[in-house]
Design a protein around this ligand. Structure first.
Ligand code: ZN
Length: 498
């Protein structure tokens, strides 16, 4: 069926907004890779102007009346059709935007800018008290934001919705309580075991060869270099400027010679998702991941379930041994794999392994929830953090930099973001289980360096839909059930570490 006049106009507006978003993503990519430091201030003006232009387009009176007309028209369409879904999605985003007053957006942006500076100072002094009044201010702004919307079952649900539509505090409580208990037991058992020898990882692994290895692996994964590229940055990330340009970055870490590889596999997982979205969704809001958690499930599936598996190294270990002569001649594949999977509890989230990572998220979720519920004061946060680290991972936090000040998320006013990381872990194992049930040959192909069967399964069941469906709908399509289930992830950890 041909698009109606209104649908055509809607797609024009969305296309123009997508172009502006792509332009600002390109400026942001440049800022984090090659921009000379002196142009920081002018770059932030450019980004702010583009953001404002998008905001104007997406909250315009024209779009509002167009959406009202289309709401009436789409009644005739299949509720699963792209057009029906598009109107619903844009309508939800429009509502959220217009309910947020411009005065709040301005005050919040100013508060974030001040908090960011204070966060830097607090880190330099390792003193949370410097940052606390700013966090208090951001928390009050979040509570005000929550008041703009219809009350949800839990006020935190309104914050979650921005990252994961339909996700709720109730679901997270259930899931995280199970992880706390069962994953906690696995962690205690794994950490008590004797550590394998990993001294050969301390030898010299030239950076240029580390990077060459990442390119070889990405190529085999199916990363499309014709519509992407890889550069270096302080923190590895993936970004896209539409569906035909999906870029990744990596970094080489001294003393950790396979960090560049694992971060590249991780970002490669994000990138394959974006590159696998059906091209008919280009320049629409569907040219994106289903949610932060589904996006993270893709990176973690490739990084942990593929990249840290014996099958993966059955293919790559001989090549790696050849690439770094003198380093691994006397090391067996089993010893090498064990060294890459040494369980370790770190106070720092970004350094945490697949075994302990979720505990870092559970701590942040509990604290955010207590703050939002008013059950805890910001001034009590650092002590509560340290007590939580002790309880969950047995770690004594030595100072606020390796404790409550370690993440930038709260300084950016991002509450409700953290859970998506843990959900990504849980979902990665659910998808992996489902893929292997339908395609039992996947591990054997991986052992031969062939990732096509896995990649194509993900493309068919997850990637191609882009943001047309939400987390629960993707899960239902791929696994047969919309429910989050910690079982597969816990089984994977048990098998590997116990
Ligand atoms: Zn990621």
């Amino acid at each position: 069926m041909a698009d109606s006049k209104h649908m055509k106009r809607l797609k024009e507006i969305l296309g123009a907004a997508a172009d502006l978003n792509a332009a600002s993503a390109l400026l942001d990519w440049d800022m984090r890779t090659y921009m000379p430091p002196g142009s920081m201030e002018s770059r932030s003006f450019q980004l702010a102007s583009l953001e404002e232009a998008v905001h104007e387009k997406m909250t315009s009176r024209e779009l509002g009346s167009l959406l009202r007309k289309l709401e009436g028209e789409i009644g005739k369409l299949d509720p699963d059709s792209d057009e029906y879904r598009l109107v619903k999605k844009v309508g939800r985003d429009y509502d959220r935007e217009v309910k947020t007053p411009p005065s709040w957006v301005r005050r919040n942006a100013q508060a974030v800018a001040r908090a960011d500076t204070a966060w830097g100072k607090a880190r330099a002094a390792a003193d949370f008290r410097i940052f606390a009044p700013h966090l208090q201010n951001l928390l009050e702004l979040k509570l005000e934001y929550i008041s703009f919307f219809e009350p949800a079952e839990h006020p935190y649900d309104i914050l979650l919705d921005r990252f994961d539509e339909g996700m709720s505090c109730a679901v997270l409580n259930r899931l995280f309580n199970r992880l706390k208990k069962d994953q906690g037991a696995i962690i205690r058992k794994a950490l008590a075991q004797e550590k394998p020898d990993a001294s050969f990882l301390k030898r010299k692994y030239p950076a240029s060869k580390q990077l060459a290895l990442t390119r070889r692996v990405l190529t085999r994964m199916g990363y499309d270099w014709n519509c992407g590229r890889q550069d270096r940055s302080v923190h590895p990330f993936t970004t896209s400027f539409g569906l035909y340009d999906v870029r990744i970055t990596t970094k080489v870490v001294d003393g950790n010679p396979f960090s560049a590889l694992f971060s590249s596999i991780h970002e490669g997982g994000h990138a394959l998702y974006e590159q696998g979205i059906d091209k008919k969704y280009a320049r629409t809001p569907f040219a994106d991941g289903a949610s932060f958690s589904i996006h993270e499930s893709q990176s973690r599936l490739w990084e942990n379930l593929v990249g840290r598996s014996p099958e993966f190294w059955a293919f790559w270990f001989p090549a790696v041994r050849k690439m770094f002569p003198g380093n691994l001649e006397t090391v067996s594949p089993e010893e090498f794999l064990a060294a890459l999977n040494v369980p370790e509890a770190s106070p720092i989230r970004t350094e945490a392994d697949e075994l302990t990572y979720n505990m870092h998220i559970i701590l942040r979720f509990q604290l955010e929830k207590s703050l939002i519920e008013g059950k805890m004061k910001v001034t009590e946060l650092a002590d509560a953090w340290n007590a939580g680290m002790k309880e969950l991972l047995g770690i004594e936090v030595r100072n606020d930099v390796e404790g409550v000040l370690q993440d930038i998320h709260w300084a950016m006013g991002e509450f409700g973001y953290f859970p998506s990381y843990a959900l990504g872990n849980v979902i990665s194992a659910q998808l992996w289980d489902a893929a292997l049930k339908q395609e039992p040959s996947i591990p054997d192909s991986i052992a031969h360096g062939n990732y096509a069967p896995l990649r194509e399964w993900l493309r068919t069941h997850v990637h191609r839909f882009g943001a047309k469906y939400n987390t629960a709908e993707i899960l239902a399509r791929a696994t047969g059930s919309p429910e989050l289930d910690a079982g597969p992830y816990l089984n994977m950890l048990k098998e590997k570490y116990c």
